[in-house]
Write a protein of this length. Structure first.
Length: 201
């Protein structure tokens, strides 16, 4: 999977997004669709790269524990790789929140009749430097607000997930009839509390 995804991500980063904006406008028209497509294209690369890096770098000690417990590839993907990749995915989403307004502005530069991008084009044509800087300040403010909202939301979501995982691990039974839930809870406990492995419990 890694050998197939890594070249695709690298190639996607070499494509100039500004060159795609007119093509998207021709394909999707002058409405909201090309702006959304531009945002998706700009946000996709950092988010996908962050998720890929997280999936490819699970903690080695936890992987060893999973193998000892007899976990297969899909089990390790579900219980180890994906949860371990969540912090890096959150970092990618934070970067995406910063880039998203930039993608919207690029879409408005090419085919927008309104919005901050169109306003900047008009201000540039009329040599209104003050209006141009005002539009830039608004874009920066929108990026910061979106980043703050995403950052707070991700922090709360990850904290709640860690708390739920630790609570499940504390209540889990490893009796013969509850072995599957015991494995789930033990994996979650290892992920949320790495020193768990160090003490050899």
């Amino acid at each position: 999977m890694g050998r197939a995804l890594s070249p695709a991500l690298i190639v996607s980063q070499t494509i100039p997004v500004f060159a795609l904006a007119p093509i998207l406008t021709l394909w999707l028209g002058f409405g909201l669709a090309p702006k959304i497509a531009m945002v998706v294209l700009i946000v996709f690369v950092p988010v996908a790269q962050a998720l890929y890096d997280g999936l490819m770098a699970p903690p080695a000690a936890q992987m060893d524990v999973a193998r000892v417990m007899g976990a297969g590839r899909w089990a390790m993907l579900r219980h180890l790789r994906l949860p371990a990749a969540l912090p890096r995915l959150a970092s990618g989403l934070r970067l995406g929140a910063i880039y998203a307004p930039v993608g919207a502005v690029i879409g408005e530069w090419v085919g927008g009749a309104g919005g901050l991008g169109a306003l900047m084009i008009q201000a540039n044509g009329r040599m209104k430097t003050d209006l141009m800087f005002a539009a830039l300040i608004v874009v920066v403010a929108l990026s910061l607000v979106l980043y703050t909202v995403i950052d707070r939301g991700l922090a709360l979501a990850l904290a709640r997930r860690n708390a739920d995982a630790l609570g499940l691990a504390g209540r889990a039974s490893f009796a013969e009839g509850d072995w599957a839930s015991g494995i789930d809870a033990r994996f979650d406990l290892i992920l949320c509390n790495p020193p768990y492995i160090a003490v050899g419990e």
